[in-house]
Design a protein. Structure first.
Length: 231
């Protein structure tokens, strides 16, 4: 009799779990993956999948607008801002090397590894009967080895405006190579919330400002990766 009762309870529990899972259009963990890959990794496939997932909640429209040209403009602005620190002659002679350096640096930034440590459903204290999926996760980046003592002396720029084109070129090539062969890693713990909403009897998870996924990581990464290779 006890075995029969235990089996009955197990079946009811399993059935409840299946019904609960069916209420979610996608499991919360999968939705977080789409958000992370869409914003941090700028993965086009993930961006399309995320908008497809959210489409029923926004009357068949795209919830998010992803503009590749804007990202390209921002990348070019970083190159221009960096070169503006040097003389016109040095900057002009190192455009290609500077772009290669930033391409390598941004590639490492946009291809981190994340590990989801926990996801917990909590009550939204501002909206009655609304749940929030609260994520805690680690993000790990590859960063270049620091310059050795000899390199530090060689690239000890006292006055950026007087740096010769050949010396800046050598530094850029050195740092680009270090970035492409980066094996050292840095890790930061992050938190992110997705809000639960009901649509056609199913639960959808969303965030109104997912760009925080990137902004929260930017300072951490760029504080650890710079032209001198120093933290």
């Amino acid at each position: 009799m006890k075995k029969t009762r235990f089996l009955f309870v197990a079946i009811i529990t399993l059935a409840f779990q299946l019904v609960s899972a069916q209420k979610e259009a996608k499991p919360a963990k999968e939705v977080f993956d789409l958000y992370f890959n869409s914003w941090v990794k700028n993965d086009v496939t993930a961006q399309k999948a995320l908008n497809d997932y959210q489409r029923p909640t926004v009357e068949g429209q795209d919830m998010y607008q992803f503009d590749p040209s804007l990202m390209s403009e921002n990348d070019n602005a970083m190159v221009d801002n960096f070169l503006s620190m040097f003389s016109k002659a040095t900057a002009s002679a190192n455009k290609a090397e500077t772009k290669a350096y930033f391409d390598a640096m941004l590639h490492n930034f946009r291809n981190p590894v994340y590990k989801l440590k926990s996801v917990k459903m909590v009550d939204n204290e501002y909206v009655e009967n609304q749940k929030i999926a609260h994520y805690v996760y680690d993000v790990t980046f590859k960063v270049p080895e620091q310059l050795n003592d000899e390199e530090k002396k060689q690239f000890d720029f006292k006055n950026l405006k007087t740096v010769k084109p050949e010396l800046l070129k050598k530094l850029l090539v050195t740092m680009t190579d270090k970035l492409k062969n980066a094996s050292r890693t840095i890790t930061t713990e992050q938190e992110f919330d997705l809000y639960a909403g009901e649509q056609d009897g199913k639960t959808y998870y969303y965030n109104g400002d997912p760009s925080v996924l990137v902004t929260n990581l930017t300072d951490f990464y760029f504080d650890n990766v710079n032209i001198s290779g120093q933290q």
